[in-house]
Design a protein around this ligand. Structure first.
Ligand SMILES: Nc1ncnc2c1ncn2[C@@H]1O[C@H](COP(=O)(O)OP(=O)(O)O)[C@@H](O)[C@H]1O
Ligand SMILES: [Mg+2]
Length: 335
């Protein structure tokens, strides 16, 4: 297999801790804790997990908008971590982001054309002709006519806003696109067309996607591989068929069991009990143990690392528990 396009190793990011000269000490939050994964050229990697598990922080670290406390990020064989944000962003221009709320990301006073020009100008595309050419090309690619350059954001439907969000990112010719909740707030029919468009664009521009979502049906449909996150750590990582077909971590089982559309026998479905623990006060050892029906004393002692359970399918749950987690998804109904 060829070398991964993006390699993330032992990435860590904390917020808070010691206060600055003028500020009081804030509680320490470990938003990303020892995260490692590879992203291969052309694949779609899904990142799922409840709100607050660190999805957006991970995206910002990959984009170079935040500086990691520890670990490394390698893009196309070149280490791009450990740098101040300005330099990190420059080196990571191959990686771009589509905002979770494209309406809010567009300036309400600017016509679409202005926004597209300005985005490219900021990224160093100084030739106006080149920008015009790219604008016509990307509008066509996202299925909008050239007239859309004259529209203001409030003159766009939700679906059209997503298309403009994609066009703006495509104009920068990235290789990797981070899609944050790409279909949230859209009607189901519009969701379907946006997902289809994303697939078409991936083929046309040979793109690699990281798709961040809490919507399991979107991730199931779009992704080649899935990383399941819980409180800053990846707890399960594997091919989509393996993760959905035989989820192995108790958290993944509970998550999939909680998604009514994905299970055949609705009578066995129960939601995960309780909320995730306070991020400033994560349990010792396995962070999921406070909600896990299978937890044993030793789960409090050490943080489980990802270990292979079958070819390219890994979970962070110790072997003693793995025997107990082998049942079907419905076995988490006691959660
Ligand atoms: N700038 C920040 N300062 C302090 N805490 C933050 C900051 N950004 C995120 N966090 C905390 O880090 C954790 C992960 O947040 P986030 O990455 O936004 O999660 P998600 O996108 O999965 O909802 C949360 O506990 C959140 O409160
Ligand atoms: Mg988020």
């Amino acid at each position: 297999m060829t070398a991964p396009l993006l390699q993330v190793r032992n990435l860590a990011k904390t917020f808070g801790g010691t206060g600055g000269f003028f500020s009081r000490a804030q509680p320490l939050v470990s938003a990303i804790d020892n995260v490692s994964f590879d992203l291969h050229d052309g694949e779609v990697l899904g990142i799922v997990g409840e709100s607050g598990c660190g999805k957006s922080t991970l995206a910002k670290l990959l984009l170079g908008l935040l500086r990691e406390n520890d670990g490394s990020i390698t893009l196309d064989g070149r280490q791009v971590s450990g740098l101040p944000p300005r330099e990190a962003r420059r080196l990571r221009s191959d990686v771009q982001y589509v905002h979770q709320d494209p309406g809010a990301a567009l300036d309400p006073w600017w016509r679409v054309g202005n926004t597209l020009h300005e985005t490219m100008r900021i990224h160093g595309i100084s030739d106006a002709k080149e920008r015009e050419t790219r604008i016509s090309e990307v509008l066509e690619a996202v299925g909008l006519s050239g007239d859309f350059v004259n529209r203001y954001p409030h003159e766009l439907s939700g679906g059209q806003q997503r298309r403009i969000g994609l066009a703006r990112t495509l104009a920068l010719r990235p290789r990797i696109i981070l899609l944050d909740e790409p279909t949230s707030g859209l009607d189901l029919s519009v969701q379907a067309t946006v997902l289809r468009l994303m697939n078409d664009l991936r083929e046309r521009y040979k793109l690699t996607y990281i798709l961040i979502s809490h919507d399991l049906s979107v991730v199931h449909r779009m992704c080649d591989r899935i990383a399941v996150m819980y409180l800053g750590r990846i707890v399960e990582l594997g091919e989509t068929e393996a993760v959905f077909g035989s989820p192995a971590h108790p958290y993944t089982k509970a998550l999939i069991g909680s998604a009514p559309k994905l299970v055949r026998d609705d009578t066995s479905v129960e939601l995960i009990q309780g909320d995730p623990p306070d991020a400033t006060n994560i349990p010792s050892g396995c962070a999921f143990r406070s909600r896990c029906p299978l937890a044993i004393d030793s789960c409090a002692a050490t943080k489980p690392e990802l270990e292979e359970i079958s070819a390219s399918h890994r979970i962070a749950c110790p072997p003693e528990l793995r025997r107990l987690t082998n049942g079907p998804a419905a076995s988490v109904s006691s959660l």
